[in-house]
Design a protein around this ligand. Structure first.
Ligand code: ZN
Length: 136
């Protein structure tokens, strides 16, 4: 069993990270973008890029499994190059292995084109948190 410290304490996602995810998804388009999510002080504020993420969703998932265990990882994010925020069977399988917070972003990657799922495939409300040190 893997114990993940602080998993239950996540209160939101950083607005800056969300913007960064959308930018990364745009630049990967029409291919998928995938990364793991890290939380700091209860806010998802960092992502761990999956090396060699391929255009095919199954390849991305295989890469996830090759990554070392990191206790600060609370979930995953990946993009859908089509305007569809629903998860696939493969997505749901991946959600269960990567943590509680699993974000799907979809074309056209605006600030509203995302949803967060728990490992059961239920939508999770994740407030967007402004970074305090940014001063805007
Ligand atoms: Zn997917």
């Amino acid at each position: 069993m893997i114990r993940v410290t602080g998993k239950r304490d996540v209160t939101g996602i950083s607005r800056d990270l969300l913007k960064f995810i959308m930018e990364a998804s745009k630049s990967s388009h029409p291919h998928e973008f995938a990364a793991l999510l890290r939380a700091e002080n209860g806010v998802i504020s960092e992502m761990l890029l999956v090396p060699g993420t391929a255009s095919d969703e199954n390849s991305a998932i295989m890469m996830f499994h090759m990554l070392p265990i990191d206790r600060s990882i609370v979930g995953s994010v990946h993009s859908h190059p089509v305007h569809d925020l629903r998860y696939s069977d493969a997505d749901l399988e991946m959600f269960g292995s990567k943590g509680i917070y699993n974000i799907i972003v979809a074309y056209p990657y605006t600030e509203n084109d995302w949803v967060c799922y728990n490992p059961k495939g239920e939508k999770v409300t994740l407030p967007v948190v402004d970074d305090p040190q940014e001063g805007h």
